[in-house]
Design a protein around this ligand. Structure first.
Ligand SMILES: Nc1ncnc2c1ncn2[C@@H]1O[C@H](COP(=O)(O)OP(=O)(O)OP(=O)(O)O)[C@@H](O)[C@H]1O
Length: 563
C-alpha cells in the first residue's frame, strides 16, 4: 500500500462550513529562503530587506511545514469556502520554485513522500477527502506559446473565457509570427518610414497575417492536404461548436464585459489514486522544457500551469472549483547563468514574459484603470489569479546569498507590490455572511442602485475650488475628459475585434492594431492625469466615498457571477 503524506485530519479540512467568508482579499505573499549550497555564506534576509511577507520561511523550513503554512492554513480554507485558488512560485533561476511545487529531483516516489512538494501533497489530500473527485490538466508556456503537457506538448490556442471560447488570442497569435526579411522593414504609410521588427501597426499586422496565411497554405500543399483559407477553418468551427455547446451547460462561461483568458482543448485527466498523482507529476516534470546552466542543473525553461479541478458532491449538489498551481520559469541574468544559443534565446523570452508580469502587477498596485494583461500569453493566463476572482498565494523563492542580492531585491520588490494589490474576491457558491452581498439577484440589483445613489451624495473629491492654478486645472479637466472618451473607444474597439474574430469576417489584424494604438493612448493620458492628481489642487475622495465605492465594486463582482 502506498504511504500517505499525512494520515490525520485528512478530509476534515475541506468539509464543513467555515466562518471565513470575507469578500475582499489581499494576495497572500510568502517568502522562502533557499538553503545555501555553501553553509558558510549567510542565508538570512531579515536584516537586509524590508518586505514583511505574510509568511517567511527560513532555509531550514521543511516541505511539510511549507504545506501546513501555505496550503493547509491558506489555500484549503479558501477552497472549502468555494473560492477558486492559485498558488504561484516566483523567483530567480535556481531559487527553489520547482523544489517547492514539485519537490527535489527524484522525489516523486511513494517512499520519498517526505520530500514531496506542495502539488503532490495537495492532490493526495484532495483525493483522500470524501465527496471530492479530482481532475488535472497541465499547460506550459514556452516562448510565449501554450502547449499541452499531457498530450505530447500539442500546441494550444489561448481564447477568451466568459465570451465564446473559440476567440483566439490575437496577441499570442501575432507573436507567433516572427517577422523577418522584407516584412520586418515594411514601408508604412502611417509613418512614412521603415517599421522596426515586432511593430504592431496595422500595416505590419496585415503583412504578418498574410505571411502566416501563405505559410499555412504552402505547408498544407506540401502535405497534400486541402487548404481551407482564412474564412473557412474547420478547427475554428469545431471550437465554435464546443463554445456553443458549453453555453448550453449549467456551468456555462460567465458573459461579462471583462474578458478572462484560457487555453482551449487541453487534455484533462482524472486522478484515482496516489500512483496516478505521481505518474501525473512525473509526466509534467519530464515533458517540460528544461536545460542545465551555471546556476541550476535542472532549470525550467517554460512556465508550468497545472489546473486542479475539484468537484464536490454533497447531497446531490455539485460544486466545481479550480486550483491553479504555477511554477514560473526563473528570471535569469545571462551574465551569471552563462547561457548561449538556444538557452540564451529561452532566457530572453522568459525575462520578457516576467517583465510583462511585473508590469501587470505594477498597474494593479497603482490601481490603473488599464492593466496590460494582453502583453504576453503568461499574463493573459494569470489574469484571474492577479486581477480576478481567485484567491491567490504567491511564494517568492530567494537564494538569500549575498552574491544574488540584486535578484533577491527585485523578487522582494515584486512581492511587496503584490502585497499592495487588493481585489474583490467572491466565493462562487459560498454562503456570504456580509449583509451587503447576500440575497437574490433582483434584491442585490436594487441594493446596488440604492448604493450608487448614496455614492452620489458623498464627497467624491476632485478639483479643489479654492485652488489657484487655472492652467493645470484646465489641463487636468481636459485630460480627464479625453481619458473617458478614449476608454469608451477602447471598449468599442475591443468589442469590434471580438465580433470580427467571432464571425470570421472583418480585418481582425487592423482592428487589433487600432486597439493597440488606443491602448497606448489611454496609458499615456492616464499617466498625465495621475501626475496631475499629485498636485495640490486635487482633493482625495472622502473615506466614506471610498468605502461605498469599494462596496459597490464588491456587489458588482457578486452580481456578475450570478449571470
Ligand atoms: N529549500 C530547499 N532545500 C533543499 N534544496 C533546495 C531547496 N530549494 C531548492 N533546492 C535545490 O536547489 C536546486 C535548484 O532548485 P529548483 O530547480 O527548484 O530552482 P528553480 O527556482 O525552479 O529554478 P529554475 O527557475 O531555473 O527552474 C535543486 O537542486 C533543488 O533541489
Amino acid at each position: 500500500m502506498l504511504p500517505s503524506v499525512r494520515k490525520s485530519g485528512v478530509g476534515s479540512r475541506l468539509s464543513g462550513n467555515s466562518s471565513n467568508t470575507a469578500s475582499s482579499y489581499q494576495i497572500s505573499v510568502g517568502v522562502r529562503i533557499r538553503p545555501s549550497r555553501f553553509p558558510e555564506l549567510p542565508s538570512s534576509l531579515e536584516t537586509r530587506h524590508f518586505l514583511r511577507p505574510n509568511h517567511l520561511m527560513q532555509p531550514e523550513t521543511t516541505q511539510d511545514s511549507m504545506y501546513d503554512t501555505l496550503v493547509v492554513n491558506d489555500m484549503l480554507l479558501k477552497l472549502r469556502d468555494n473560492f477558486s485558488t492559485s498558488m504561484i512560485a516566483y523567483g530567480q533561476t535556481g531559487s527553489g520554485k520547482t523544489h517547492t511545487i514539485f519537490g527535489p529531483e527524484g522525489c516523486l516516489r511513494p517512499d520519498k513522500s517526505i520530500d514531496w512538494g506542495l502539488m503532490p501533497r495537495l492532490l493526495e489530500e484532495l483525493l483522500n477527502t470524501e465527496n471530492i473527485s479530482v481532475s488535472v490538466s497541465a499547460v506550459e508556456v514556452y516562448q510565449d506559446l501554450a502547449y499541452d503537457l499531457l498530450n505530447n506538448s500539442a500546441p494550444l490556442t489561448v481564447g477568451t473565457k466568459g465570451r465564446d471560447q473559440h476567440t483566439e488570442s490575437m496577441s499570442a497569435k501575432m507573436k507567433n509570427v516572427k517577422v523577418a526579411g522584407p516584412l520586418a522593414g515594411q514601408k508604412g504609410a502611417s509613418s512614412g518610414g521603415a517599421h522596426p521588427a515586432g511593430c504592431y501597426c496595422c500595416y505590419c499586422e496585415r503583412a504578418k497575417m498574410k505571411k502566416q496565411e501563405d505559410f499555412k497554405k504552402m505547408m498544407a500543399e506540401r502535405r497534400g492536404e486541402p487548404y481551407f483559407g482564412k474564412g473557412v477553418d474547420p478547427f475554428k468551427d469545431a471550437l465554435k461548436k464546443k463554445a456553443s455547446s458549453s453555453s448550453q451547460s449549467p456551468n456555462r462561461a460567465r458573459r461579462s464585459s471583462s474578458v478572462d483568458y484560457a487555453t482551449v482543448g487541453e487534455k484533462v485527466q482524472t486522478l484515482k489514486d496516489v500512483s496516478a498523482i505521481l505518474a501525473f507529476c512525473r509526466t509534467v516534470e519530464l515533458s517540460r522544457a528544461s536545460a542545465s546552466h551555471d546556476l541550476n542543473e535542472r532549470s525550467s525553461r517554460s512556465h508550468c500551469l497545472v489546473t486542479v479541478h475539484v468537484i464536490t458532491t454533497v447531497g446531490g449538489k455539485t460544486t466545481h472549483n479550480k486550483c491553479l498551481l504555477v511554477d514560473l520559469a526563473g528570471s535569469e541574468r545571462i551574465a551569471k547563468s552563462k547561457v548561449e544559443g538556444v538557452e540564451k534565446a529561452q532566457a530572453i523570452e522568459i525575462n520578457k514574459s516576467l517583465s510583462a508580469l511585473g508590469r501587470v502587477v505594477k498597474s494593479l498596485a497603482a490601481k490603473n484603470s488599464h492593466v496590460p494583461y494582453r502583453d504576453s500569453t503568461l499574463t493573459m493566463l494569470l489574469k484571474d489569479s492577479f486581477g480576478g476572482r481567485a484567491s491567490t498565494t504567491v511564494v517568492i523563492c530567494v537564494s538569500g546569498v549575498e552574491a544574488h542580492d540584486e535578484e533577491t531585491v527585485r523578487s522582494l520588490q515584486f512581492g511587496e507590490r503584490l502585497g499592495g494589490v487588493r481585489r474583490s474576491t467572491v466565493a462562487r457558491n459560498a454562503s456570504v455572511s456580509d449583509a451587503n452581498l447576500s440575497g437574490g439577484k433582483a434584491e442585490l440589483e436594487e441594493r446596488l442602485s440604492a448604493m450608487k445613489a448614496e455614492l452620489e451624495g458623498l464627497d467624491a473629491g476632485g478639483v479643489d475650488p479654492s485652488a489657484t492654478n487655472p492652467a493645470a486645472i484646465r489641463k487636468f479637466e481636459k485630460d480627464s475628459k479625453r481619458l473617458k472618451a478614449l476608454g469608451d473607444r477602447l471598449k468599442a474597439a475591443e468589442a469590434s475585434e471580438y465580433d470580427a474574430g467571432r464571425k470570421g469576417g472583418g480585418d481582425v489584424a487592423t482592428l487589433r492594431a487600432q486597439w493597440t494604438h488606443l491602448n497606448d493612448d489611454v496609458e499615456r493620458v492616464k499617466g498625465a492625469v495621475d501626475r496631475l492628481t499629485k498636485r495640490p489642487f486635487w482633493r482625495e475622495p472622502s473615506k466614506a466615498w471610498q468605502r461605498k465605492d469599494r462596496e459597490i465594486r464588491e456587489l458588482e463582482g457578486r452580481l456578475s457571477l450570478m449571470l
